[in-house]
Design a protein around this ligand. Structure first.
Ligand code: BG6
Length: 504
């Protein structure tokens, strides 16, 4: 068994726990079948999870263990051709029909967990993964504690919850209070899958591992920062959830602001979760919270109309014909802190846009004096240096810099220095859920959102949502297949800026 000592907030220090019993609420849900089981299987295949593990799948469905195992084998089929290995893996899976409101069911679950602890020698380590509608998070946590499902023999208890974490600050706080009445903050892992992405995890290294970058990572040198999380897909079959969430709650409050926090934070004393979280929270709390006028000036919402031969949002299955939900949101964040002063961070995310891309474009200021412009041979203006961090679908880093054009005479031109991860290397990158499960097993909270971060993000987003809930939009206001509403271009134009992507 490999032993690794990690220091950090979550039940730390501890060794890599290769042993655990998982209890997965929502055991045959879409997320579990598509993402979670393949992730656990990959950890198992790579040896990060020993054979000392078991998983109990839970939901109201009546399934036999065999039926459940068949679903597991199907769910991991694209990860392996080794039938024997897949069957051995699946043999660790058990099914229990479970009603989250029935206290007797938790008592029975506690007994099953004790038996599995014994059978698989899991040292009493327990991971509770709640992949259910958010209204059930609190009741599950409470019953796990009150009905004695938590391990009491010195093993760890860790609670993993999916988004959405509330609909606003008040509901998030209520939920958090419910969770923390049963689990400590350092036992709670709030999943944000963007924190499992390679480029997000690389941001601290790119910044703090390169003095040439960190030295200029401030308002003196950076003109603006642009974060784009664009999707080609529309609402698909998730209208029930999405029509009550919208881009602001679905993508901005969590994924986008998490990325903002890594880009904006000051250097932590060391790379452990407590230190990193402290700096991320400080950054998020120094975002200027807008009043209604500020929201009008600095945020833009959109909803897709028809385009590219596909229907408008309001004509999608399950969406009310008069829906005012936002399928696009953009905003300008300003920080009240010495590092960022008035350097704006522009953010945007939307569905049914021209392309699927996740990217961060950092535009640097131009030289104060362009000495070449005064020469007799200078035709072109120097361009801003732009550092781009590519998140999706390609992982990479590019830097635009000015140099001399090789033609006769002194002419400048801008070239791209670029590192794009090869397909072969990209294929080896662990999927977000695999990384996050690994961290949960280690007890490392670095790439999970702490309550203070979630709270700060909601406090920032709440006034935007409030204004949007109480004013009538003119929807639809962008065509499917475009890059969003015109107002999002005007937002930057007012500052003399423009979206770097896809225009440059
Ligand atoms: C999810 C949102 O969190 O992220 C979805 O609920 C969105 O609406 C998805 O499609 C995007 O994730 P990715 O990894 O495909 O960019």
């Amino acid at each position: 068994m490999s032993i690794e000592i990690i220091k950090g907030e979550n039940d730390m220090p501890t060794e890599i726990p290769t042993r655990a019993t998982f209890m997965l609420f929502g055991g045959t849900g879409d997320l579990a079948l598509r993402k979670l089981y393949p992730a656990i299987f990959n950890l198992y295949k790579k040896g990060s999870l020993s054979t000392h593990f078991a998983l109990v799948g839970l939901s109201r469905k009546a399934l036999t263990d065999e039926e459940f195992r068949a679903k597991i084998i199907e769910s991991i089929s694209s990860e392996t051709d080794d039938k024997a290995q897949a069957e051995e893996f699946a043999s660790h899976f058990y099914w229990k029909s479970h009603d989250v409101t029935n206290t007797d069911h938790y008592k029975e679950l506690g007994k099953i967990a004790d038996e599995l602890d014994q059978k698989y020698e899991t040292d009493g380590n327990r991971i509770f993964y709640v992949s259910l509608a958010p209204r059930f998070f609190g009741i599950v946590a409470k019953n796990l504690k009150e009905q004695g499902v938590l391990s009491t023999n010195g093993g760890f208890n860790r609670l993993v919850i999916e988004k959405p974490f509330g609909r606003d600050y008040a509901s998030a706080k209520e939920l958090n209070d419910e969770l923390t009445s049963a689990f400590n903050e350092n036992q709670i892992y709030r999943i944000d899958h963007y924190l499992g992405k390679e480029t997000t995890q690389a941001i601290p290294v790119i910044r703090f591992g390169n003095p040439i970058i960190e030295a200029i990572w401030n308002q003196n040198y950076i003109k603006d920062v642009q974060i784009t999380l664009a999707e080609k897909l529309g609402v698909e079959d998730r209208a029930g959830y999405y029509d009550t969430a919208g881009a602001l709650r679905d993508m901005i409050q969590n994924h986008t602001l998490q990325i903002v926090s890594y880009l904006a934070m000051d250097e932590p004393n060391s790379f452990v979760d407590t230190e990193i979280r402290r700096e991320k929270v400080k950054a998020l709390e120094s975002m200027e919270i807008y009043d209604a006028d500020g929201v009008k000036q600095n945020f833009v919402r959109g909803q897709y109309g028809a385009g590219d031969g596909t229907p408008a949002y309001r004509d999608e299955p399950g969406v009310p014909h008069d829906s005012n939900n936002n399928t696009y949101a953009a905003g300008k964040i300003v920080f009240n802190n010495p590092r960022w002063g008035k350097t704006p961070f522009y953010i945007r995310s939307g569905k049914k846009l021209a392309t699927k891309t996740g990217r961060i474009d950092i535009e640097f200021k131009k030289p104060i004096v362009d000495i070449f412009a005064k020469g007799t041979h200078q035709p072109a203006e120097l361009k801003s240096n732009v550092l781009t961090l590519l998140i999706d679908p390609k992982i990479g880093i590019t830097l635009e810099i000015n140099t001399k054009n090789s033609a006769q005479g002194m002419h400048t031109e801008t070239v791209d220095l670029s590192y794009l991860q090869s397909d072969a290397r990209a294929a080896e990158v662990p999927l977000p859920y695999e990384r996050l499960f690994h961290d949960i097993l280690k007890g490392d909270g670095t790439y999970f959102a702490s309550w203070a971060e979630v709270a700060a993000a909601w406090k920032y987003v709440d006034p935007v949502q409030k204004l949007w809930d109480t004013t009538q939009p003119d929807f639809p206001n962008y065509e499917s297949g475009s890059m969003g509403p015109k107002a999002a271009d005007e937002l930057l134009a007012r500052d003399g800026n423009s979206w770097y992507f896809p225009n440059k």
